[in-house]
Design a protein around this ligand. Structure first.
Ligand SMILES: *Cc1c(COP(=O)(O)O)cnc(C)c1O
Length: 248
């Protein structure tokens, strides 16, 4: 076993303990929280190490990376989500690679393109609505105040199964700024649940990353998305993936 592999497995152990501790503190069952591997910039071989260690939920931010890693990953027992900004002209491209859920649905035009593709191919896909809970212009997602109306509109696309909400939250070490973001997502979830939209489950809350997963679990996360704390620092800043200037 080389060092790289040992590091990843070691880090998974640390994360697992952090999740367990956070669940204990919040009186939650560990089974309620799924660990999603956020694998942008991570090679397929390194992802494979984590998958073989028992983690099967992975997600990319860019269509190009999904494509590049597809061959190796397709041989593994994984469930793959997409968590990046998806351009409408890339919909056809990405659907070829067995993505089961788009967590970053943030606009009607994207829903329309997905619906068209899914009708033509007679299938459906799971989606999360992405909410911008930190009110930063640089981040994608609908405003929390728009979430209800957005959910109503998306519910009319019968090929899209709305499973929940996703947010990135504020990237800060200050808990008093981070926690309100997660609370906003939880509030939006409750508001949408109250609408009782047919065929809308709204059970999932995808929030929390390497730095703030404990807060997210405490605020009700059902999926935390972790990259750096497992695979190490990335060379690109996250703004490269998250803001308007990024090219998917
Ligand atoms: C990169 C990324 C993550 C993981 O962030 P880390 O800080 O590396 O854990 C989670 N969600 C999204 C949308 C990301 O792009």
């Amino acid at each position: 076993m080389n060092l790289m592999q040992e590091d990843i497995i070691h880090n998974l152990g640390i994360i697992e303990k952090r999740i367990q501790d956070a669940c204990n503190k919040s009186n939650r069952d560990r089974k309620e929280v799924k660990l999603l591997l956020a694998t942008k910039t991570v090679s397929a071989d390194r992802i494979k190490i984590a998958v073989e260690h028992g983690y099967h939920l992975i997600a990319e931010n860019k269509v190009q990376e999904v494509k590049e890693k597809h061959q190796i990953l397709s041989e593994l027992p994984i469930e793959q989500h997409f968590i990046g900004h998806l351009q409408t002209n890339k919909v056809k491209d990405i659907m070829k690679y067995g993505i089961s859920c788009i967590q970053s649905l943030d606009r009607i035009s994207l829903a329309e393109k997905l619906q068209q593709y899914l009708e033509r191919n007679d299938c459906t896909i799971d989606v999360f609505l992405q909410v911008n809970t930190s009110d930063e212009n640089s981040k994608f997602g609908i405003a929390p105040s728009e979430a209800r109306n957005f959910a109503k509109e998306i519910a009319q696309f019968d090929r899209l199964n709305i499973k929940g909400l996703m947010t990135i939250g504020l990237f800060s070490a200050d808990e008093s700024l981070v926690r309100p973001c997660f609370k906003r997502l939880r509030t939006a979830q409750l508001q949408i649940q109250e609408l009782g939209l047919p065929n809308v489950e709204m059970k999932e809350l995808s929030m929390g990353m390497s730095q703030d997963l404990e807060i997210a679990i405490n605020e009700g996360a059902t999926i935390i998305r972790v990259g750096t704390a497992i695979f190490g620092q990335r060379i690109y800043p996250d703004s490269y993936y998250w803001n308007e200037n990024s090219n998917s």
